[in-house]
Design a protein around this ligand. Sequence first.
Ligand code: BG6
Length: 514
Amino acid sequence: MTPARVTADHNPLRDPRDKRLPRIAGPCSMVMFGVTGDLARKKLMPAVYDLANRGLLPPGFSLVGFARRDWEDQDFGKIVYESVKEHARTPFREDVWRTLAEGIRFVPGAFDDDAAFDLLAATVADLEEQRGTGGNVAFYLSIPPGSFATVCQQLERSGLSTPSEGSWRRVVIEKPFGHDLESARELNDIVGSVFPADAVFRIDHYLGKETVQNILAVRFANMMFEPVWNNRYVDHVQITMAEDIGIGGRAGYYDGIGAARDVIQNHLLQLMALTAMEEPVSFDAHHLRLEKEKVLSAVRLPEDLSTGTARGQYAAGWQGGEEVVGYLEEDGVAAGSGTETYAAVRLDVDTRRWAGVPFYLRTGKRLGKRVTEIAVVFRRAPHLPFTDTATEELGQNAVVIRVQPDEGVTLRFGAKVPGAQMEVRDVSMDFGYGRSFTESSPEAYERLILDVLLGEPPLFPRHEEVELSWRILDPIEEHWGRRGGDPDQYEAGTWGPPSADELMRRDGREWRLP
Ligand code: BG6
């Protein structure tokens, strides 16, 4: 046998396709809009620091903040410093911070202020010269969608959206991508009129989570799951994203939006698509998105939306030993608001693989505990060669992908209870990230920001997926609107309104207690 030739171009030890190698961003800068917001303070700025700390940012990396504040560079630097100190995942290192701080700039101004954007353009040009950012800029729009149009137009007018030869300009947008199909299209047209499709990075931060990417690893790197991942063996799938927190200070965004638009339209439908999709030809953006889109196109809504969906709103109750107020008493919520803080829906996927297997999606605030999981629940064995009493306490087999917290995967199956008698009960086998790996998981935003700077799109949904998701949600929202009436109340700290349990009971099933 001839040994494999190792040449400079093809050294298996240095194969550029080797996905295990650390990926370090090339020369670039990031301009952040919305730096006074919660997301920037709690997630984005700390993620930038964590990337710097892991050595994944280029030496001249620069961060420019833009906001309507009378700040100098140092004032903004102090804001970033405080947010890093409070929220960064990795330990604070003075030398890393000092290097990062050298590239921090601030441009004061309103979104409709031409002069401010001209100053921003000059700042970006200075950074290219002083710090070697190569003219590569990512614009992060952590702002309400109502301001997207103005900012995009300003970026175009000031020339900021146009890269010079050999450099790139990208734009990052955060959900909500509209509040229905029509507004999503309008938004897309606005962004698309300024940036080419491959320069637009839509963030669904769930896709940046390790455990969500692990869905694909579990399914497609193994032999034992895929053969049973279909309607011959699977009874139904439950996708839960439960939060114990209320809406906190976010009434301005949340009231009038509600749980379905906030979470089902994006995070939960993405989780469902990854769980149900066929094996992609590769993990390239094009192939991944194609398979996810096929699932979303095959989704069928319940014929009767009154019984196939449920919505609720939290009332006062107890959580973690503390008394908490109901949604209507939260600061900033409109009097008598009919916004749902809990939503559940049954969806079917009309494909050969999934025909007859319902996917139940639920999400809510102020529920029993914080947990996100995907439970693939299997049919019962067609025959049990035991006496009835031996299997009385045997449930259904399940594969549970625990997205958070306590990240991992659980298999549930029946095993013999020790003793001379024959009795079978459920047991579980657990894989936990904390126990199996020494590496810690990066925050979703670290991964996603790095991918933006590297120009790698697989983890970013494209507009088609956003459209397909609104096509699923719009009829539900319309139905709720038409039916009128307020969402059912549920006590804070419980698992949602009785109508959600009823939805399952009607199908002869029940929600898991995670
Ligand atoms: C956001 C929603 O997208 O996700 C919030 O707008 C929600 O309402 C948040 O609280 C939850 O994110 P995570 O990563 O904590 O599960």
